[in-house]
Design a protein. Sequence first.
Length: 182
Amino acid sequence: MAMWIMIAALVASLLVGLLVPMERLQGKGWAARAVGYPLSAMVMGIIWFCKGRKEKFPYVPTGLLVTPFVLDLLGNLFGWFDNIRNFDDGLHFVNWMFLCAAFVAMIHPGVAASWNRIALGTGFGASAIILWELLEYLIMKSGTSGLHLTYEDTVSDLLLSFLGGLVGSFVIDRIVTKKSRS
């Protein structure tokens, strides 16, 4: 159920941003988000399908993966990035907790040791934030003006996302490990 709520929130947020003119969304690359963000709702299903659909559909990992994109959209729609001090920093930490938790939740405890799953999740998160920051930079260089990127912002995003990924990987590993033992 939570997965469907997150997907509905993703679609609704994107539609509001596309259909309702808002000055605060100018220069925020909303059209690019409208193309890329829905892919987050499909990734886990594609992986599940390619693995032969032997296990049940990954509802929890899908919901976890969609959550950061919804939070980003809501932050822009409600102007939190512009009006709440350090909102972007906190969101990087929280979003990478969800992102890495989704990744680790897809690794069955019988396949890899706990420390391996945590390391894989953290490494995935570190790779993801590097690619994210590269995409932000390329979007900014393409002429989008509303991102306000600085070196300090990029470095803090890298660190906070890494730490959030570590926490998310650890927490979901504890939950999944405990569930698999019971």
